[in-house]
Design a protein around this ligand. Sequence first.
Ligand code: SF4
Length: 399
Amino acid sequence: MAEWVSTTAVADRNPYWKLELKDSIRLETWSPTLQPIVQKILNDRALNVDDGVALFNEPNLFELGKLALLHKQSMFGQRAYFNSNVHVNQTNICVLACRFCAFRRGKRADDAYALSIENYLEELSKFSPYVNEVHSVGGLHPDWDVDHYAHLFESIRSEFPHLSIKALTAVEIKHLSKLSNLSIRETLIRLKRAGLTSLPGGGAEILDDGIRAVICNGKESSQEYLDIHKTAHQIGLPSNCTMLFGTIESAAQRVEHILKLRDLAAQTHGFQCFVPYPFLPDSSRLPMAQLSTGQEILRVIAASRILLDSIPHIKAYRMNIGDELAELALQFGADDIDGTVQQESIMHLAGSTAPLSHDLQQLSKLVHNAGCIPIKRNTTYTSFEEYNPPRTIKRLPMA
Ligand code: SF4
């Protein structure tokens, strides 16, 4: 099977994608509402908040999807990516209580847990022969400081040297730096030395402090989220970024969020993937929130692809939106469906029913069914391998 490499900043994206895109979009073929945006793209002018809102309000979802798909195809052709990973959520004990969070527990709750390093390694050992990445995020444990996590990462590296470690969201980094009396930079350097490979993007929610005060009071501010990722990029730790949509935000606030990430990515080139995912509401946490519809999820993915020219990959996070919509999203601008995952608590406690038992063959089949070429990637999007699904067994003709 074909294998190749790329750099973190390029992440397998065609460096001439803008030229190819311009060759593939003819102004007069688009609906009148999209034409001003297409004109800006043809003239290399940056899209602004009004353009973003127009994308979110575009009446013709399929035209919007087509424009996003052309962006994706000019960047990656027919390729779509996934990796071979396992999620280990190290603790659900958290000193905060974000209103959207169904995962956190107080220290004395009956179902509170905190995996010791030995238990964590034991859990990981069940999956380590089959994966090349461990993804770990969890609650803000009141006692676990940077030494605890440095020890954990050193132990993972020593026991499972083939694994990349993608761990700790921005708020977890902030919490560790406070507990340890270190700056954000010192904290990240210490963790990188211990073996941390990259940061996941969780915790961005909506980068608007008014919204944050309602849905996740006490979490890092919008600017702190951006600054923590900027510092990570400066010391050579790539990261992902996310958007939790469907709580109480407006279309303009979604667009402002996306453009803040776009502008930081253009400076640092350290964001690899943007992961938008909808809030999965239940009546007790944010009763004013509504479950996003399928068309709304596809619209967010498509608009994100068109707006985010400085971030290479857009993920359809199947743990949250399910396999069927993830497959469809590959035709609406997404180019990545995350990984094998194996076990996951945060989305599933919030109501996700996405299957956890997928292996690489099932993921490649999902990509193939969407009309794309399945590509297995590593954590940092620097190493790639075409991964074709097994041939389907033909049914015997009925006698
Ligand atoms: S989202 Fe994170 S920080 Fe907020 S309560 Fe849940 S675990 Fe804690």
